[in-house]
Design a protein around this ligand. Sequence first.
Ligand SMILES: [Zn+2]
Length: 420
Amino acid sequence: MQNRGVPHTTTSPAQRVPGRDRPAVRPALDRGRGLLGPALALIHSGRAPTRSVLTSELAVTRATAGAIAAELEALGLVAVDPRPSGSGRGRPSHRLAVAPGGPVVLAAQLHADGFSVALAGLGGTLGEPVDRPLPRTADPEEVLRAVAEAGARLVAASPRRCLGAALAVPTPVTDSGGRALAAMYLDWPSGTPVRDLFAAAVAGALPGLPTAVANDANLAALAEHRHGAGCGARHLLYVTSGHRGVGGALVVDGRLHTGSDGLALEVGQLTVDPGGRPCPCGRRGCLDVEADPPALLAAAGVTPGPAEPLLEAARAVVRAASHDPVARAAVDRVVECLGAGLAGMVNILNPDRIVLGGIHLDLLAAAPERLPAVVAERCLWGRSAGVPVLPAALERPDLTGAAELAWQPFLDDPQSTAAG
Ligand SMILES: [Zn+2]
């Protein structure tokens, strides 16, 4: 690929002032502004740990990569360490990392058991999450107000500037209207305008902050692709169940496949047992109710305590499967259902990697050979085209994904971080 024509800056490091005051760098970068976003995305996802890697990834001259890194440093987003990185081959190069004290975003997640909030800087790392039970009411406005207020307390306690907020929700959300179409596990009416309600709640607690809302599995898939077990996959299928129901998402060439209105990959509604458990959708045997924590608990005859998180109770069943035949049979049954569902997805989507999160990650660990075998047996191409099935790598992929969503406008246009 040809070098892109961003003239290098003549600004010396001594002239650079962190923050908004960066007059000398701007004229050169105004002409190459389009590369700041790709550069920040590379550093954010750890794919450009040095300036020489950034140079080759962007296919620009060394001087241009230097100017871009300097501008990102001046914006307070990136730290450029001039000490050479001794580990790589070839000529030593400046090290690049996200700025440790740089701005943050507020990541929030709503799920059947409660809600969580955390602050997140660039680089896919979360601050300590705060987990809370849902308010007694199911009223979306009040629930979202509680989320925004918990987030505002985190923001107030942090010295770092907060740029935006985003929320992961366990329901498909329309791209066009920001409506939650099937918040079955939150008891919200279909069509709840969750994007507007979250924006209003955040405006009340943190005025002026841009907001966004998206489906939790979509966001977790994006996070695993950028920072976890999906790195490098071209057609990443992500399937998970952390509370109730089963979520799925597809990341193609680094972008979520959202369908025409954000509703693609509702994998929970695949039928895996026509005579199976009743689903809130009105049918029976959907993957949603055959491969989630309650399905495993029911198969094992376990009733969790009222305050016990479903995922933790289900994980205890998987652990017990090593010595308890009832738990083992429950695991085996859910593994067969999950495998059947995954095979259906593989036949349609032809992914090059499957990453499993939530309780599915534990099921894979408990049946590391059987689960991929079920997928292979039921796939049109059989074992000859076996798809790698890997456990998710991130501790909190939904929250990390919400952070990705909040960061996205600033990854697209890093200079916009200087506004406000
Ligand atoms: Zn269903």
